[in-house]
Design a protein around this ligand. Structure first.
Ligand SMILES: NC(=O)C1=CN([C@@H]2O[C@H](COP(=O)(O)OP(=O)(O)OC[C@H]3O[C@@H](n4cnc5c(N)ncnc54)[C@H](OP(=O)(O)O)[C@@H]3O)[C@@H](O)[C@H]2O)C=CC1
Ligand SMILES: O=C(O)C1=N[C@H](C(=O)O)C[C@H](O)C1
Length: 269
């Protein structure tokens, strides 16, 4: 029987890092071969299972990402933009699939990811769930069917620790809405209204971000017309949804040519 693909998780102590570790350990399709945290983190040198408050898993937390990646077939990375850019170069060197869930990246960051994808298989999505990826298709379809008399507003809600806005998912939905209308999102994006903003510009796509408590992730795409509103909604109630999607991507990426892929490719949508 052939060896199971080895997976490394970065940002091991994070909300998604810990969820990803549990998901990989519970899977019979892969094995956990490494976990990475930043240099100086309390967990470096400890067994990851014990650091997470459970039984030992036989995998020690390291800050040597390249060494960990070299022993793996895929790295799943839900951290922060600066870390993800660095990991993209290392994953390319180690020739392992890089699954990126990190959001909040700038255009400059994304250009670096594109450059790394010349040598590496990178699968990146602002949301790894089936439901949200399906919602992007529905959003594009509804947006294409309606004219610009319907104002498009994207409303997202997340927990009070989230550092970026609009969310990666909101931007994916905005891109889908803009594509449906045949326009570029950057030309019609309206984020963060405050003060005397003036009337809404026809054709704009608006974004609103709510932050509070332990909300996992909720997204509405509203098409507001005269006398009616159509609202497409996704509610995530458990982070395991994202972790399972990311693991599916890591396995799907095995043997794929270098390049940039997303969850629509993985899910065949
Ligand atoms: N695509 C998707 O489906 C989803 C994407 N996300 C995205 O994933 C990212 C992480 O979210 P979440 O887990 O909630 O955030 P957390 O803050 O809980 O976790 C981030 C982790 O990354 C670590 N980290 C940050 N910088 C570095 C670095 N330079 N080197 C190594 N580790 C680093 C942090 O370590 P430290 O604590 O020491 O800073 C922390 O362990 C966010 O961008 C979020 O938007 C979240 C859910 C779903
Ligand atoms: O930070 C989070 O928590 C989430 N981030 C992703 C995003 O920015 O859209 C995905 C999910 O909504 C949770």
């Amino acid at each position: 029987m052939s060896e199971l693909p080895g997976i490394v998780i970065t940002g091991a102590s994070g909300r998604m890092g810990q969820m990803l570790i549990k998901t990989v350990v519970a899977s019979d399709k892969c094995k956990l071969v490494g976990v990475v945290e930043r240099a100086g983190h309390d967990w470096i040198g400890r067994d990851i299972g014990e650091a997470m408050g459970g039984a030992a898993l036989g995998v020690t937390v390291t800050d040597d990402a390249l060494d960990a990646f070299a022993k793996a077939q895929a790295v799943i990375d839900f951290t922060a933009p600066a870390a993800t850019i660095a990991f993209a170069g290392l994953a390319a060197q180690a020739r392992c699939v890089h699954v990126i869930g990190t959001t909040g990246m700038t255009e400059e960051d994304l250009a670096k990811i594109t450059a790394a994808a010349r040598h590496a298989t990178i699968i990146r999505a602002g949301n790894m769930s089936l439901g949200v990826n399906l919602l992007t298709k529905l959003t594009k379809m509804v947006s294409a069917a309606l004219d610009a008399d319907y104002d498009i507003e994207i409303i997202e809600a997340h927990h009070n620790r989230k550092v970026d806005a609009p969310s990666g998912t909101a931007l994916m939905l905005g891109e889908a809405a803009a594509e449906g209308r045949g326009v570029k999102l950057e030309e019609v994006r309206d984020s963060g209204r405050d003060g005397i903003t003036g009337a809404r510009k026809p054709g704009d796509i608006g974004f609103s971000a709510i932050r509070g408590g332990d909300i996992v992730g909720e997204h509405d795409v509203m098409f507001a017309g005269e006398g009616e509103r159509i609202i497409l909604r996704h509610v995530a109630s458990d982070r395991s949804l994202f972790a399972k999607g990311a693991l599916k991507a890591a396995l799907w990426g095995q043997g794929k040519k270098p390049g940039e892929y997303d969850m629509l490719d993985v899910l065949g949508l």
